[in-house]
Design a protein around this ligand. Sequence first.
Ligand code: XUL
Ligand code: CO
Length: 441
Amino acid sequence: MAEFFANIPKIKYEGPQSTNPLAFKYYNPDEVIGGKTMKEQLRFALSWWHTMGGDGTDMFGCGTTDKTWGEASPEARAKAKVDAAFEIMDKLSIDYFCYHDRDISPEYGSLKETNEKFDELIDYIAEKMKADPSKKLLWGTAKCFDHPRYMHGAGTSPSADVFAYAAAQIKKAIDSTIKLGGKGYVFWGGREGYETLLNTNMGLELDNMARLMKMAVEYARSKGYDGDFYIEPKPKEPTKHQYDFDTATVIGFLRKYGLDKDFKMNIEANHATLAQHTFQHELRVARDNGFFGSIDANQGDPLLGWDTDQFPTNAYDATLCMYEVIKAGGFTNGGLNFDAKARRGSYTLDDIFYSYIAGMDTFALGLRAAYKLIEDGRVDKFVDDRYASWNTGIGKDIIDGKVGFEELEKYALEKGEVTDSLTSGRQEYLESVLNQIMFTL
Ligand code: XUL
Ligand code: CO
């Protein structure tokens, strides 16, 4: 089989002093941190759409990277993509991958033909996985937002025919996920939202979105699927308003429709910032409510208001992310999927390796720093102490449900002014502790 990256060696860990651009400085896959190897803790995944298909095309110009993998026909190209993907994963020591159905194999003349060709490719991937069992599917999904039929949405389309078509497509994508042993299935509502309420029955659209998800769960469970379903929140883009706005909104939706036992969150950093939240905020909301699942690791640009899907290089954000992941008990079925693409100007195929190394090292750094932050204990202790008034006395009585408004009024009248009960928030001090941890790793 042709080697696509003959000039790229298997990427090794050389440590923080290394200046070799094709080496890991922080990611040492088999090093044990917090009782597990870094590989087990981080569960890195390759995103098929960006890495194997994304060629730099944007609204202002054509692609800058050749992602044809040397093949002109769609069938041969799809197969070459599989070979190239497995070579990339092998050279980077990435164990997982994620895909949309159409990333694996494009649409052909009819759904029947599309499905047949898709099945062939899934069989081919299954063979490759058999030959190298270290490679696993993190999650699958269906691309129900690309084709013109989905211009008004898929599950939220005003057309019942489109809903049915989407259901058929999702059924097939679930079948493929099960076949490849995936333990995750993602719903990112590509066009599940609206442009104007003047033409939109929002109530019906949300009910229908829930109906589609319920059918997906019933179908997958009937086929023995015991993995997780994820919703990936995003507030806008492509539609003006996306229904899965942010984690809190999605949790409300899942609880309303009784989907909360089957679904967790797939949180993407750049989607968090588009919703005017920090990445850590979204993870915290998920963790506190028992919905932490998986992560799309990337970052946006604070000066731009769209989804730039940059490779994550902000070590502070990665540290606070991994802090939340550790506090959530680590990944179970989820992982860190690089839903990220090299900038249009980083156009060589070798840039795939430079950008993954950058992203993987950033999260390895984040993992190391997060454990250090927890072991150091100053931040956690500060937070515990800040809320100490809830452990005894009136605070405990409130938590235990022993007092109501009458008792609290009596307490306040007797106590008098309470400003003296407060302590400083010490934000600057805590930020300096984080700096100290980051720079003395
Ligand atoms: C789009 C996005 C998607 C999902 C999968 O912003 O993040 O690629 O991750 O559909
Ligand atoms: Co994503």
